[in-house]
Write a protein that binds this ligand. Sequence first.
Ligand code: KIV
Ligand code: NA
Length: 264
Amino acid sequence: VKRVRTHHLREMKERGERFAMLTAYEQYAAQTFDEAGIEVLLVGDSASNNVYGNETSLPVTVDELIPLTRAVSRSVRRALVVGDLPFGSYQASPEQAYHTGVRFMKEGGAHCVKLEGGQEMVPQIEKMTTGGIPVMAHIGFTPQSEHSLGGYRVQGRGDTARRIIDDAKAVEAAGAFALVMEMVPGDVAAQVTKELAIPTIGIGAGVECDGQVLVWQDAFGLRTGRMAKFVKQYADVHGVLLKGAQDFAADVRAGTFPGPEHTF
Ligand code: KIV
Ligand code: NA
């Protein structure tokens, strides 16, 4: 199988073909999504919530994400693996961003990295891309800035649409190879997608983006409880695991497992 490269995503955009991206944080999910033909796997800083049990993405560290990145990059044959730079690991300077990106690629085996921010991240994106680190940008609602943005809310409504378009053009000009847009009105995301040469990837940004991304624990129902409006649930992994665990416990209590066929 031929690996998905950053230029393939751009070529898909040019041909009008959409592509899919999911988060992955360990071996079996990564292998399964790779087998399913998912083009891009993101080792998201959402591992903070989905692996480490934090309430937000803010606490997770580079040292916590790199082992997960290594697990995913070792497990795929085709997918492009994106390491997500966590809060505080790149904002301070282009040099900080470069060093963190190098760690994700050398220690984690990431093929590229993602960072949050628009115009203000231009120096970081320029430094990294000229130094051999392909960068995926992320604008609109950016979870690491939750406390600056005043909570989880749609970005780019009304007069602020201009800001989204300017951010998108700035990260493209700085050298980003793709752009995630999170919680942006569908018409604004459509305009950005039309005006940019690089592919856009939406999460809560409508159907006109070139690709779509979801957190797998949300999309496949491992996490239960309140979901954002943009999540569609494709499977009930929680239900499958719950039933498996309950059936195992019941067999153990009843003395019906292990059977003779499981016994030496
Ligand atoms: O960390 C993450 O899961 C993300 C995606 C939702 C884009 O950044
Ligand atoms: Na993220």
